[in-house]
Design a protein around this ligand. Structure first.
Ligand code: ADP
Length: 483
């Protein structure tokens, strides 16, 4: 039970309130006793003086008349049973006592309290020597004799406790009960307040446990309600944010894992077909060595070379794509002039465009500001786009590579007058392995070129856009920020 914060706080409160209660009880008892002493002394202030007046024969010259003293002590014992009577010399020495002299532990009474008592502005209670005890003091009443003092010790030990009990039975008991009730109430309110304060913590702890039980994947937000703006609220918000991040990361990891599996499956499938064909050609060359014509041999070798090139490209593409998809490819951002890049790319495709009878045009102003991007990766994007454009544009068509300045960016575009992309294919062309329905299944491409280009542009924080009309041509475009 003591494992909860709430229980611990309640226990701490109890630990605080109990001594407080004891202190209150002690203070109540002590003040009530002191009040009683003050009252008793005040009431009996004139007692000694009255006795002196009522017993004029108490002193015979400078000594006490034993008979008169005994009579006085007897009378007093009857009317005020708890009172002790002493006759003191001027120096405070006890010369007469209602208590047998051999029972006295002290024979000398301090004079200072007596003087304080006799002073007109005396403040009670004033405590005087209790001769029956080696130490300790009691309230008293005193009057001057000629010479010495009549010293009356009021209420003895026994009577004190009787008084205390009688007090306790009435007002004192009421006050003690009141105090106890008040403390109990404070405890109750404290426990309730702690309960309310720790309720949010408990809710948070339950939510975190549930989050853990769900394998650190959030099905819904960690906290349903908006957190308050106090420290607990901050903690709740921090936890909610943390849970969201962890959930995202766990999901990302899971996704990556399934992607990796899928990739391995796809890769093995993609590689197997060209590899089998390559093996076929090589085996034929080996088995039929000497029986093939030079022309056939050259044909087989050419096919094998093409297949091995395709395999190499495929492996490269797959590797690049997996790297890009895992976001592992770190951008190597640098400032460079776009014109130079476009020139290089055009050069790369010039021969091929001439061969296929497609006009390759460059549409780029002479002066363009530098852009900031990963040069190598952007070249890859343009290469993939141009490669596709040339592949899908028949002889006599045109492929146009363009660049122009826009607000704070340079917009790059690759447009062709080729066969275009059917509307049914358009939404999917950036997906991995997606090839248009019209494509022959054993064609050159593996459906990776656009996926790679799109990932690269996305890594730059931009979007690769496409517009295409079937049998009219396609155009791809993206922007690069200025350096
Ligand atoms: P592939 O390597 O098979 O060409 P891509 O990812 O580069 O794969 O392209 C996906 C599909 O998009 C292609 O199969 C093709 O049908 C279509 N496509 C891409 N670029 C063009 C284009 N310029 N003109 C027509 N179709 C295109």
């Amino acid at each position: 039970m003591l494992r909860t914060l709430h229980a611990r706080l309640a226990l701490a409160l109890l630990g605080l309130l109990l001594p407080l209660g004891a202190l209150f009880a002690w203070a109540t008892l002590a003040t009530s006793q002191r009040y009683f002493q003050e009252l008793t002394q005040e009431i009996n202030r004139e007692l000694a003086a009255n006795l002196v007046r009522a017993t004029p024969d108490l002193m015979v010259g400078s000594s006490v008349d034993p008979r008169a003293f005994d009579a006085l002590a007897r009378d007093l014992a009857m009317t005020n049973p708890g009172v002790e009577v002493y006759i003191l010399t001027e120096t405070g020495e006890i010369v007469g006592s209602s208590v047998p002299m051999d029972q006295l532990r002290r024979k000398q009474v301090a004079l200072v309290p007596l003087r304080r008592f006799l002073a007109p502005e005396a403040r009670f209670p004033v405590f005087g020597t209790d001769p029956r005890r080696a130490s300790g003091e009691k309230i008293f009443s005193v009057a001057a004799l000629e010479p010495g003092y009549l010293y009356l010790l009021l209420a003895d030990q026994q009577r004190d406790s009787v008084i205390r009990t009688s007090q306790a039975s009435a007002a004192l008991r009421l006050s003690l009960w009141g105090g106890a009730l008040l403390l109990a109430l404070a405890f109750g309110v404290g426990v309730l307040v702690f309960y309310l304060l720790t309720r949010r913590l408990r809710r948070l702890s339950r939510a975190v446990s549930a989050f853990q039980a769900q394998g650190f994947v959030l099905q819904r937000p960690l906290l349903e309600a908006e957190a308050a703006h106090d420290e607990l609220g901050q903690l709740q918000r921090a936890f909610a944010e943390m849970a969201e991040r962890i959930s995202e990361q766990v999901q990302g990891l899971k996704q990556l894992d399934s992607l990796r599996r899928e990739l391995i499956t796809n890769v093995s499938h993609d590689l197997r077909t060209p590899l089998a064909a390559l093996q076929g050609y090589l085996e034929s060359l080996q088995v039929r060595r000497g029986r093939l014509s030079a022309e056939e041999e050259a044909q087989y070798l050419q096919a094998a070379t093409r297949l091995s090139q395709r395999l190499g490209r495929l492996i490269g593409d797959l590797f690049d794509l997996s790297k890009l998809e895992a976001q592992a490819a770190e951008l190597n951002l640098e400032a460079f002039p776009v014109q130079d890049l476009l020139q290089d790319v055009i050069l790369k495709f010039e021969a091929r465009s001439r061969e296929s009878g497609v006009r390759l045009a460059l549409d780029c102003p002479a002066e363009l500001p530098f852009v900031r991007a990963d040069l190598g990766l952007i070249e890859r994007v343009l290469t993939n786009l141009l490669d596709n454009a040339l592949r899908y544009t028949p002889s006599g068509g045109e492929v146009r590579l363009s660049a122009r300045l826009e607000a704070a960016a340079v917009a790059l575009g690759v447009a062709d007058t080729g066969r275009g992309i059917a509307a049914v294919d358009l939404p999917f062309i950036f997906e991995r392995y997606y090839r248009a329905k019209t494509e022959p299944s054993d064609g050159e491409g593996a459906g990776l070129g656009l996926a790679i280009a799109e990932r690269i542009v996305r890594l730059h924080g931009e979007t690769l856009l496409v517009a295409s009309v079937w049998e009219q041509g396609s155009s791809f475009g993206f922007r690069l920020p200025l350096a």
